[in-house]
Write a protein that binds this ligand. Structure first.
Ligand code: PEP
Length: 248
């Protein structure tokens, strides 16, 4: 099995101000753990994040346009994110899918735009509670993943990250058990291995959904969980650093 470097990404969503960036920069300056760390604040703070956070910490966008630069008021393109110092971008977060109607096809376009600008996409997949209760979890996450694989090709996943985020666990305080999460992660890796075993083996698969300092260790200890995408607990420096330290 490949030794994958763990990755922990903080998704601030539409939260945080300049002050949080200052706290995070100070706390992360003292972080020397094994995990690669990426901070994803809202768009207005990206340039400041790149200027303030330690160089070893990556900066990521939470979304991007599926279009090139042009007459798309309110949108932000992949080259803009790259120019202000982003190395990563979250794509297909369940809030984007549910609240802004992002389809699998739109998400695949965004994935391609991100990579064309040199950004590493963090592609989110995950089932709703209804889908889980109906026994459709694997079917849903495979569909979401394969929609992108089929559009961009499996080779593109050599430079990508996938985050499994069960919708019922995001912001609810209900975490998937380590076994539940591992089961889905293993299935996602198997799905990719059918296309390219080496890429599947090296791909980082993050878990997201109410990860906290006290449950991160057990989740990250699972063989197919390579770190986390962290929402609420990335909004205070102490809890975010504790989660980063749990990834080894
Ligand atoms: C997220 O927003 O991607 C997320 C996982 O949020 P939380 O950690 O708050 O559940």
């Amino acid at each position: 099995m490949n030794k994958r470097t763990p990755l922990v990404a903080g998704n601030w969503k539409m939260n945080g101000r300049q002050e949080l960036l200052g706290d995070m920069a100070q706390a992360l300056a003292g972080y020397h753990g094994e995990a690669q760390v990426v901070v994803c604040p809202p768009f207005p703070y990206l340039a400041a994040a790149r200027a303030t956070l330690p160089e070893t910490v990556g900066v990521g966008g939470q979304n991007l346009s599926d279009q090139e630069d042009g007459a798309f008021t309110g949108e932000v393109s992949a080259p803009m994110l790259a120019e202000v110092g982003c190395g990563h971008v979250i794509i297909g977060h369940s809030e984007r899918r549910a609240l802004y109607g992002e389809t699998d096809a739109c998400i695949a376009d965004k994935f391609a735009r991100a990579q064309a600008a040199g950004l590493v996409p963090i592609l989110c997949v995950g089932e709703t509670l209804e889908e889980r209760e109906a026994g459709h979890t694997e079917q849903v996450v495979r569909r979401q993943l394969l929609a992108v694989v089929d559009a961009v090709g499996i080779a593109a996943f050599a430079q990508a990250v996938v985050a499994y985020e069960p919708v019922w666990a995001i912001g609810t305080g209900k975490t998937a058990s380590p076994e539940q999460a591992q089961e889905v992660h293993a299935d996602l890796r198997r799905t990719l291995a059918e296309k390219d075993p080496a890429i599947a083996d090296s791909l980082r698969l993050l878990y997201g959904g109410s990860v906290k300092a006290d449950n991160a260790g057990l989740l990250f200890a699972q063989s197919d969980i390579d770190g986390g995408l962290i929402g609420g607990a990335s909004l205070t420096a102490d809890s975010f650093i504790a989660i980063c330290q749990a990834a080894k």
